[in-house]
Design a binder for this molecule. Structure first.
Ligand SMILES: CNc1ncnc2c1ncn2[C@@H]1O[C@H](COP(=O)(O)O)[C@@H](O)[C@H]1O
Length: 349
């Protein structure tokens, strides 16, 4: 709650939309611990307790220590249909409890050979968990859609497979395609044909790209190429030159998924919250800023807290906060009907 410059805002009660949340990074440590306990009981894991691996309260993972959390730990723990369903349901519950009413969850399709799960079954399992969650909630206010991610480490055939899965599952709740992964990994120009095909052949599939997250992925050459793939939204948007900034503005109505806590805790920007580039963008009329959590399980800041942070550090008052949330609706991938539903739910003032 805050009373800065106007009536108090209960940020948790404030209905919010979340457009940039990675499934595996959104799992709470307690939930990972519960999975671990269950697997330990039946002798299915030799992994260390997640609460030791990632102690509660530790959020200062930088880009070197962050990515291995997935490849070396979380992917080895969440490695079958049961744990995938269990963790997905827990993530949905956490977002709903935090007042999120529309969620675009993103994930990299991952085969689980040890459990006999293909990438298609991985996607299907998550969509089933979303359907179960919506069916079990008496008056479901949270609606969830899925974005499939291409990881920068993927090969071209793997990237093509992600697009094929997105097309296959589009009628069942997949609404977009993402490019994510370690920004230190170069060579992403190989994915150009995949994103070009998506834009050309599946125009109603949204495209969002991790953009200028690190100096290595913030070269003029890479960013010009990424803008050439005609994304609807871009994420992080940190290392941008004046020329790229102008190109983003000139595009008009580009969604900017900004993740304050992630960027500050991971040391991706210089300085604290008050120096975050949210301050440079949120009043730019030609773009649409959407606050996002990125990986709430790792960085520990739910979406309600991201709103509290911008109120505290950038002086947004209640009317600004409500306008910021409402504006985000323009760039969701969930279609006009969902936009209409959201406009009826979100606070006007
Ligand atoms: C700094 N923030 C970030 N930047 C880039 N990629 C990120 C990320 N946070 C998460 N991921 C990507 O999402 C995967 C985990 O979720 P899923 O298994 O796909 O659900 C990570 O392996 C990484 O590739």
């Amino acid at each position: 709650m805050t009373s800065i410059g106007g009536p108090v805002v209960d940020f948790r009660a404030l209905p919010k939309i979340e457009l940039h949340a990675h499934l595996s990074g959104s799992i709470s440590r307690q939930c990972l611990h519960d999975v671990w306990l269950k697997k330990k009981e039946v002798g299915e894991t030799d992994l260390q307790d997640p609460l030791i691996e990632m102690p509660l309260g530790k959020h200062d993972y930088d880009l070197n220590t962050f990515f291995p959390l997935f490849s070396k730990y979380i992917y080895n723990l969440v490695n079958d249909a049961w744990s995938l369903t269990f963790t997905t349901l827990s993530v949905l519950r956490d977002f709903a409890d935090d007042g999120v009413v529309y969620l675009e969850l993103r994930t990299t399709p991952r085969a689980m050979p040890h459990a006999g799960l293909t990438k298609a079954q991985y996607v299907q399992t998550i969509l089933d968990a979303i359907a179960t969650f919506e069916a079990e909630t008496p008056t479901p206010s949270l609606r969830t859609r899925l974005i499939l991610s291409i990881d920068r480490r993927n090969t071209l055939p793997e990237a093509r497979e992600v697009l094929a899965l997105a097309r296959q599952f589009q009628p069942h709740g997949v609404v977009g395609l993402d490019l994510c992964g370690d920004p230190a990994r170069g060579g992403i120009e190989v994915f150009a044909p995949v994103f070009e095909e998506a834009r050309r052949d599946v125009p109603d599939l949204g495209i969002t790209l991790h953009f200028a997250e690190a100096a290595a992925s913030g070269t003029e050459e890479e960013l010009t190429m990424l803008l050439g793939w005609r994304p609807d939204r871009i994420g992080h948007v940190i290392h941008v030159s004046e020329a790229v900034r102008a190109a983003i503005i000139a595009r008009g109505d580009m969604g900017l998924e900004l993740c304050l806590s992630c960027n500050v805790h991971a040391g991706m920007i210089c300085g604290g919250f008050e120096s975050h580039h949210f301050g440079e963008w949120w009043q730019v009329k030609e773009t649409v800023v959407v606050l996002s959590t990125d990986d709430v399980g790792i960085f520990g800041s739910p979406l309600s807290n991201e709103y509290a942070l911008v109120a505290e550090h950038f002086g947004l008052v209640r009317a600004d906060i409500c306008a910021l949330v409402r504006r985000g609706v323009d760039v969701i991938f969930g279609g006009d009907k969902e936009k209409q539903r959201l406009r009826g739910i979100l606070w006007s003032e």
